[in-house]
Every structure is written in C-alpha cells, then in structure tokens.
Design a protein around this ligand. Structure first.
Ligand SMILES: [Zn+2]
Length: 354
C-alpha cells in the first residue's frame, strides 16, 4: 500500500499541522532522520505505520496516496506585501492547510455533477477599459442590481465558486483563493474576522480569480484586487451620490449600516473618488485611530454564511446514506479534523450523538 504514497503529501499534512520533522518523529516514535528520508522519498513508509501517521496528522490514510494538489493559482502569493510582518512558519502552515482543504473539497465533490457556471471566466485587465470596468462586468454577469452587494457568499456560490470559512494561523492573514479546473474556484476566508472584513476579502479574492487567472507579471496585483473590491462593493455610480459633503465619521458610520463595508473602506473610497481631499482623509483616519476604531469599528456587520459545502456534506449523508465518519473518509480526512474544518462548533461529539 505504501508504495503508492506521495511523500510530498506527508510534508503537506505535517506542515499543515504546524509540526517540524522532529515533532512529528516524536509523535510516531521515529527518528527525525527516518522522517526526513521518508519525506524525501529515500525510503518507503512501512505500510503498517500508515494508519498511525494518518491519525497523528488528522488525515484518512487515502490522503497520502492522493496526487499532490496543483497550485495552478495561489493568490496567497500576492499577499506577501501585506503579510511581511506575519511569522513565516504560520503563513506556511496556512498555505498547507489550504492545500489540505483543496484535497478535501475535491474528495467531497468527486463524482458529483456540478453545473458549470460562467461566473468566474477570466477577464484580463489589458483586455478591459479598467479594473473598475471589470468589476462592473462581473456585477452584471452575476445579476447584481445597483447598490450594496448583499448576500455575497451566496452570490459567489450561485456563480460557480465556493466560499469556506477557516481558522487562520495568524490574525494578520485573512484570505486565500485557488482555482484548479475542473474543480470550482475556492475562496478561503478567516472565520474570526468581522462581516465587513469578510465581505472585502471575498470581493478582493474574486478580483484575483477573475483578473489574475493567467498570472499578474508586471502588475500590482494587490492594488488591482483592492480596486476591484472597491468598485464591486461600492460602485462609483451608486455610492457617489451618498458621499455628499460634509463627509464626517457619523455619515460614514451610517453608510456602513447600508453598504456593509468598513468605515475605513468608505473613507478611502471617498478619497479615491475625489469627494474628500487627501488631507481630509488623513484627518478622518487619525480620528478613527484616536477612537480605537482601527481595531474595533462600531456597527457590526453579520458574518458570511456560505452554504455550498454544508449542502454537499448533507448530500453525502442523506442522499448517499453515509455516516459522518464515512463522509470524512470521502474527504480523505479523519473525523475530528474534518469536523473542525467544516462543521465547527458542531462535532464530532454533537453531530455523532444527534
Ligand atoms: Zn490579494
């Protein structure tokens, strides 16, 4: 059995658990050298040790014989700039957790007939009038009326994508996306962020998926994704009439209720649209800092609630009459790791006793 194992999958699983080779070696009673040799493919994993290795790393044994995920597009790479202060090991653990997520989603979707939506067909910035024009095209393509883009996760999922909320390793890190056709594009969002931040992350990642599917060499991909998010969530035509003078914090707070974007994003939008001057913007931002709103803004926006993965799990349980443990195996995960990822606060104990 172990001759069909991909050593790289051991590395992915180990790093996804944020373990060093030494830490893994202790847990499975190997020497670090032995772990190192197995991970480099220099010696095989004894097949009788596979179940224990899988258990320690939170996977089903089948995980290790799965072909390593293709990183066709890893927009996490674009985040280097904003994340330069986050610890490298934590970021790597998160990247590997996203690889594991990809394997699990592909396992869950395997054999299901998914409708193919054109919602995420790429549009290259050089083929459009502007990044903002692409954001408007996508709003139209997705059937969004004018005004705030509400029900964002649902809209993504009806347009052919998947949104997953995950625990992130560091609060500085908050979003990822990947698209590995024919699987649908997946947007991963930090579960602990407020709703307005989650909505921004989703719109930003949609921007990457649409505009940077073929790479972004020579362009400022982060800035483009932010410009996309700004126009997608706050179309100029709709929001400009609401940003009338004087633009005060009270006014921006009222707009946050309606638009469900942060006060800081609204202030930035007012500046970018030329409604307020650079110096007025700086004044607003320092008042925001003084009030402690950079960390905790007033007006709580409901967190995102994607439903597609839940529906797929339900389909396996009810349609195919699988137990939750069997669904976890379909996803190549062990039960508790599966529940922690996809059914937080529900299992496995609660779900099993239900
Ligand atoms: Zn980005």
């Amino acid at each position: 059995m172990s001759d069909s194992i991909y050593p790289e999958m051991i590395v992915i699983a180990r790093e996804g658990c944020d373990l060093t080779q030494e830490e893994l070696a202790i847990r499975i009673a190997y020497s670090q050298t032995k772990v190192s040799k197995i991970e480099s493919g220099l010696r095989p994993l004894p097949s009788e040790d596979l179940p224990e290795l899988a258990r320690v790393l939170g996977q089903a044994p089948g995980f290790f014989s799965t072909r390593p995920p293709q990183r066709v597009m890893e927009t996490g790479l674009y985040h280097q700039r904003s994340l330069k202060t986050a610890p490298a090991r934590k970021l790597k653990a998160m990247d590997r957790k996203v690889d594991i997520l990809q394997v699990r989603i592909e396992g869950l979707l395997h054999g299901l007939k998914l409708n193919v939506f054109p919602g995420f067909e790429p549009v290259e910035p050089e083929d459009a009038a502007s990044v903002e024009d692409i954001a408007r095209q996508i709003r139209r393509r997705w059937g969004l009326a004018s005004g705030p883009a509400l029900g964002l996760s649902e809209r993504v999922e009806r347009s052919g994508g998947i949104v997953v909320l995950l625990e992130f390793a560091t609060p500085k890190d908050d979003g990822r996306s990947f698209h590995n056709p024919p699987s649908p594009p997946v947007i991963v969002v930090n579960r602990s962020k407020p709703g307005d931040r989650q909505r921004w992350i989703i719109a930003h990642e949609v921007g990457h998926l649409i505009m940077h599917a073929y790479g972004s060499a020579g362009r400022d991909a982060e800035r483009e994704a932010d410009r996309f998010a700004a126009e997608f969530l706050m179309p100029e035509e709709d929001i400009r009439p609401e940003l009338y003078h004087p633009v005060t914090l009270e006014r921006l707070t009222a707009l946050k209720h309606r638009w469900r974007v942060s006060i800081q994003a609204l202030a930035r939008r007012a500046k970018d649209l030329g409604v307020i001057s650079e110096s007025r913007y700086i004044g607003i931002m320092s008042e925001i800092s003084r009030r402690g709103w950079r960390k905790h803004e007033p007006v709580s926006v409901e967190q995102e609630r994607p439903t597609l993965i839940d529906a797929v799990i339900q389909h396996h349980r009810e349609g195919r009459k699988l137990s939750l443990a069997e669904v976890a195996t379909v996803a190549k995960a062990d039960l508790s790791s599966f529940c922690a990822m996809f059914l937080p606060g529900q299992g496995p104990m609660r779900v099993l006793s239900a």
